[in-house]
Ligand binder design. Structure first.
Ligand code: PGA
Length: 247
């Protein structure tokens, strides 16, 4: 694993945006796995700036997002499709037909999950998967469990995740209780994984994920088995790794 310690969140976002631009310039038809949440928002702004400045061209890029809430339509301002459109896709030269987010309104959830995995396989897998991490160690919405998920699946969100995401909704009760998430198979098959973290509140879960046992109780710990992970974070978020002597 490569660990990149930055002086600030902004520097982390710049580093990650540069990595993505480099990949897209080297492989214009690459497949990007994208993430939502608060952490990547400034990074997406940097991608938009780079695109507008003519430094990167997304015309041939295809994207696949990690997850989507169940039960809210894509027009809902908290759906992850809406998030991706407003934070990135509406502002760059990507063909939206080449951007995929699971359909959280699908009537046949199993068919939707299977179709999502088939699409990723048709792509030939993901070249670079961007990840955040939840305070409970989730990646995508793969929550702590007694086993690792395999394919795209429907999950019950934990109280910790509902609490964390309540800040985006008018009321905690409005936060959906279920979500569709890419499973560990597609994440682990990505050619490269790029995790971005910020802030002291993530330090303990980062320590557990990368220095503790590999266990589905800490879903991100599976990344210890991935051959090409880059973890980018500020000093506060990576303080636990420093204590363990990993950086
Ligand atoms: P955050 O979410 O970036 O809003 O902290 C990360 C996640 O839940 O994966």
């Amino acid at each position: 694993m490569k660990v990149v310690v930055t002086k600030s969140y902004d520097e982390s976002c710049a580093y990650v945006a540069d990595m993505i631009c480099k990949l897209v310039n080297e492989k214009p038809n690459c497949k990007l796995g994208l993430a939502t949440g608060g952490t990547p928002v400034p990074m997406y702004k940097k991608l938009i700036e780079a695109n507008k400045a003519g430094k990167v061209d997304f015309a041939q890029v295809r994207t696949v997002n990690l997850d989507e809430y169940c039960g809210i339509p894509e027009t809902h301002d908290q759906s992850y499709r809406y998030f991706m459109n407003t934070n990135l896709f509406d502002h760059i030269d990507i063909d939206k037909a080449n951007t995929y987010v699971p359909n959280g309104m699908a009537e046949d959830v199993d068919a939707e999950c299977a179709a999502y995995d088939e699409r990723i396989q048709e792509f030939g897998g993901i070249d670079l998967q961007l990840l955040g991490i939840g305070h409970d160690g989730h990646i995508g919405f793969n929550e702590p469990a007694d086993h690792f998920s395999c394919g795209t699946n429907c999950v019950e969100l934990t109280d910790m995740t509902i609490d964390a995401n309540a800040r985006f909704f008018a009321n905690r009760d409005d936060v959906p209780r279920q979500a569709l998430t890419m499973g560990m198979q597609a994440i682990m098959q990505a050619k490269a994984v790029l995790m971005v973290v910020s802030g002291a509140d993530k330090a303990e879960i980062i320590r557990k994920s990368f220095c503790g046992p590999i266990t589905p109780e800490v879903p991100a710990s599976i990344l210890q088995l991935h051959p090409n992970v880059t973890l980018v974070g500020d000093e506060a978020a990576l303080a636990g790794l420093k204590e363990e002597g990993l950086v």
